[in-house]
Design a binder for this molecule. Structure first.
Ligand code: IFM
Length: 444
């Protein structure tokens, strides 16, 4: 079996570097009948939204199988588990805590604690309660305050049972993919809606941070952003400018306000009728201190200039690709981390997701996913290069613990280090899980 080798720069950090695996509620839990509906339930019911017409009703049935799943995680020897709490499972329409729902997550936390594992809790991984979408969703300021109320209830209850709180996972996906280009729930296609949703999401993040500080002041808290670093299609100044604009519009749009209290200058170039409605005081709330920044990295993206001076993505085939059609570009990972380090005063960074969908084959009870092991190895090496260059990186979470519902692509893409048979709900550790485990045990 192909092995994973822990790079020296990471080994040298010893216990100061956390290794984990990550999941999210809607993608694995199932048990829809025990929670309120969310926007992804509704989106899945619409025509032509999900590649295989599937949904999250059962998913990996993690709601029933959580103990078995966490036992697998313990076997892997990770230090931490990053998972999300489903807002529609823990809060009723009346805004009160649902005891059965919160108990599910308390059981997980107790299990992790008994086994000496850390819990990184994501408070929003895209499952907005549908009744809030009906009232305006992420276009309405009320949703930001409803989110803060939900976070207040949860953090008041769980307090320092968590080792880290994450307000939002990838607001780019909720705001841009969900409201601007409509490929994610709730499926709106409107530039103004996208920019507005981004702003409300950032406001929700800032308000939620205040609640976390109030109820769990000693627990580190932050946000998770996804980033696909932007490269120009050619050396022309137009393409270089296009790549820069794409980067500002799709990534720095989230990070710059959080770290500096203002949007990228590109905001001024947008027509007034698509700019978000920013109320006095919002940017102060958004830029409250975070203790860490979570980054999810998978691939790069290439852009060229359009005739109207905007940018468009170009499909390139310069490197091997994963099953998502994403180029495998570990060098871009290093460049990205060093570039951010040079541009901003950054808090400590966790890589909260990194991984690859591959064409896994289950044969004789084994999944020999050499390409996924290679992907992890090259990206851990790239991370080590960034650490050696002085970037303060504190941890790495493989996406994902197990195969799961890959949003608009349904169950057609497998990102797990554990294979899930969706008919029997059997779990099989892929070779990548065994390689990850062996690498983690090699630390002691
Ligand atoms: O599966 C998703 C996850 O929910 C968020 N980050 C990217 C992953 C792979 O697409």
């Amino acid at each position: 079996m192909k092995k994973l080798v822990l790079p020296d720069a990471i080994r040298a950090l010893g216990g100061d570097f956390t290794f984990g695996v990550a999941t999210s509620s809607f993608q694995i839990e199932g048990a829809r009948e025990l929670r309120l509906d969310c926007i992804w339930d509704t989106f899945c019911e619409q025509q032509d939204t999900i590649l295989d017409q599937s949904n999250g009703d059962t998913a990996c049935d993690h709601y029933s199988l959580w103990e078995q799943d966490l036992s697998m995680l313990i076997e892997l020897g990770v230090d931490a588990y990053r998972f999300s709490i489903a807002w529609p499972r823990v809060v009723g329409k009346d805004g009160t805590l649902n005891e059965v729902g919160i108990q599910f997550y308390e059981n997980i936390l107790n299990f992790l604690k008994q086994h000496g594992k850390q819990a990184f809790i994501t408070l929003y991984h895209w499952d907005l309660p549908q009744h809030l979408e009906d009232e305006g969703g992420w276009l309405s300021r009320d949703t930001a305050y409803a989110f803060a109320d939900y976070v207040g209830l949860v953090v008041n209850r769980l307090g320092d049972q968590a080792d880290a709180y994450i307000t939002l996972n990838e607001p780019f996906c909720s705001g841009y993919l969900g409201y601007e280009i409509g490929v994610h729930a709730p499926g709106q296609k409107n530039q103004k809606a996208g920019r507005q949703a981004n702003h409300i999401l950032l406001l929700a993040h800032g308000l939620a941070m205040q609640k976390i500080r109030q109820h769990a002041p000693s627990v580190p808290a932050g946000i998770v952003l996804n980033i696909h670093p932007s490269y120009p299609d050619s050396a022309s100044s137009a393409d270089q400018r296009a790549a820069q604009m794409a980067s500002d519009y799709l990534f720095h749009w989230y990070l710059t306000p959080i770290l500096t209290g203002s949007y990228p200058a590109l905001l001024e170039n947008l027509p007034c009728d698509v700019q978000p409605e920013v109320v006095t005081g919002d940017m102060d709330i958004i830029s409250g201190k975070i203790d860490f920044l979570g980054l999810n990295y998978y691939t790069r993206a290439v852009y060229r200039s359009t005739n109207d001076g905007w940018f468009e993505e170009v499909e390139r085939n310069d490197y091997p690709k994963t099953e998502m059609g994403w180029e495998i570009t570990p060098h871009a990972f290093t460049d990205l981390l060093i570039g951010l380090h040079q541009r901003y005063v950054l808090p400590p960074i966790y890589i909260t997701e990194n991984g690859a969908a591959m064409a896994d084959q289950l044969e004789s009870g084994k999944v020999v996913d050499v390409q996924r092991i290679d992907y992890f190895q090259t990206h851990l090496n790239a991370l080590a290069d960034a650490i050696e260059a002085g970037v303060d990186i504190r941890g790495y979470f493989a996406w994902s613990l197990m195969d799961n519902f890959e949003w608009a692509l349904g169950y057609s893409k497998r990102f797990g280090v554990v294979y899930v048979d969706y008919v029997t709900q059997d779990r099989i550790l892929k070779d990548s899980a065994l390689a990850y485990r062996d690498m983690l045990y090699s630390r002691s």
